[in-house]
Write a protein that binds this ligand. Sequence first.
Ligand code: CP
Ligand code: NVA
Length: 333
Amino acid sequence: MNLKGRDFLTLCDYTKEEIEYLLDLSARLKALKKSGKIWQPLVGKNVALIFEKTSTRTRCAFEVAANDLGMSAVYLDSSGSQIGKKESIEDTAKVLTTMFDGIEYRGFGQERVQQIADGAFVPVWNGLTNEFHPTQLLADMLTIKEKLGDLQGKKIVYFGDARYNMGNSWMVASAKMGMNFTACAAGDKYFPEEELAGKCKEWAKDSGGSINFSTDIECAKDADVIYTDVWVSMGEPYEKWEERINDMMPYQVNAELMKKAAPHAIFMHCLPSFHDLNTTIARDLHERFGITELEVSDEVFRSPQSVVFEEAENRMHTIKAVMAATLGVDPDM
Ligand code: CP
Ligand code: NVA
């Protein structure tokens, strides 16, 4: 498998075999790190990390992974650089490509990360756009493999806002890897766009997976994985909360809902999550709407079925695999 020089913008661009390779490489890199061995094949290389939206996990994962591989990472955000205000993404990409060996971008529309990739001669990695969050999906799939074994045939039920980066990415990953994906939400406005859903249904025919949409929470029956994400994403207007709370409260992942899934089911969430009142946004929503937990109950979030912090750790191992593979190194090569 040779992924050297490839961009990593969406899983749509990757085959099942390539994704399997990245997951296998992630597991090997994780084992290597746990064994305490140092593997720094990329000493002397530098990566740029552009964040037009905030981040804890993705930024830390890229920085730690780059350091582990021997590279230096430079962080740029819109407040501390010229991006957006004084310099276009296109010009920025041309500048960065002269200095760096790889570029990560987190921001708004997918067309922006595509624009960076079009202007760059080095691999470009999507650290989250409105449409896709492909590095998160690698971490999620690695976690499922660790907890439940093979991906093939697993039933994934995604509750809440399925039309944004996480819902889209889960639909694509399921279609590519042969999983049975159901998005469960209050109607069409929260389901992925038809064009992408159509492509995924075609891919699912080849992989043996399936793509389904439901408004009925009973679709959680026998699920292997129950997944949810925040109801209002970064970059969306704060005013959206009221409508989303009204539409999505019936789809909250709570103990009653988890009981419908298979007994071995795991709960997953990309994080950050509003499951208690320990954030300023959750406290504000509590004051305005009287609710104490949003997309997931605190009970489920903290339950033994919840693997959210394992997912978070796996962000680093999988991002390391993406950088290693696209920069052309593998510890077993
Ligand atoms: N899951 C995720 O992408 O988290 P951050 O926004 O903290 O990077
Ligand atoms: N849908 C969320 C994902 C965060 C990792 C957002 O875009 O804010």
